[in-house]
Ligand binder design. Sequence first.
Ligand code: UT7
Length: 357
Amino acid sequence: MTDTRANQGTRAAVLAGLGGFVPPRVVTNHDLAGRMDTSDEWIRTRTGIRQRHYATPGSATSDLAVEAGRRALRSAPDVEVDTVVVATITPDQQLPHTAPGVAERLGLSGVAALDVSAACSGFVYGLATCAGLIAAGTSRAVLFVGADTFSTTLNPEDRTSAVIFGDGAGAVVLRAGSPDEPGALGAFDLGSDGGRWELATIRGGGSRQRLAVAPLDPADTYFAMDGKAMFRQAALRMADSARAVAKHAGWTLDEIDRVVAHQANLHIVQQVAYELGLPVERCLTNIDRVGNTVAASIPLAMVDAVRDGGLRPGHRVLVLAFGGGLTWGGTTVHWPRLQLAPEPPTLTAPPNPGGTA
Ligand code: UT7
């Protein structure tokens, strides 16, 4: 039980740690061209992607989440976490959800642990959830991981969607603090349009179409997407969220130093920059190396940008996401001074031999 009185007056969620992990197995466009009717040239020019990482068969989302979480915790060694939140739409299994096992494996047994499900918007929806837990005084410090092994959902017969996605996990540590300090998350703009749910789906495996009963159509066990319609909505919705949160932060659009948008397609990121009238160089991107990693894409882009100097203390940063549901959202942050943990000697995440729990 948390004493909410302890947190009076220090209720902003402040970014205190950051870490990311991608599994070691690299799958290049050329590898995919050997398996399906596609080409390196098509994938590169339509999406900006050159390669992605796939988890090895037998490993699961929590394996990636634990590794990213460990790195984020190492980057905020003085923070005592009392809550673990995992954003994912590829949980290890239907029950239990993924966060309790991640907490257990990180030596955090006993803390509050919950999953957030909002597809490619999961990271921004999860940040908002964590910020709410901190603002209410329910949590003093949260380890929040966005993690997906989306390769497990891809239909090898559907070349349009199969070439885009990769696996990965990215994590942040958020602690209670003052709204004025560097790293304090600003206001959130969150939205949804359930009328357009059919644009991105995995229809089987839920309560409507249980997998114990053979699905009506085997294709329903895979991810399916109307890419063109998603593209249009993504640019529009993220630009709208950007305007809303920048206004709330009191920033004019040209004062924005960096945009960290969900990495769905390089051209979507460029379109958002165009809609906002910003030079495209202010938009961070690592999609060429990792593809679309769903809930992990924003923190993985942050990790790469901190490492290569693209994100620096004092930058005014917009964080934007869009995904199935449809869902979208954004927030702002003055980038803080963060110390990334040194990479462990091996990138290989040890699979959890006993399952998640
Ligand atoms: O993360 C959640 C949010 N996700 C998104 O927002 C995804 C947004 N959408 C996209 O990124 C793009 O729409 C895609 C990358 C998914 C597809 O690109 P596109 O430019 O919209 O392609 P398309 O589906 O309109 O297909 C154009 C052509 C078609 O051929 P024809 O009919 O013109 O002869 C496709 O059959 O490209 C063909 N095609 C391919 N060719 C080679 C589709 N996929 C491939 C492929 N390799 N992998």
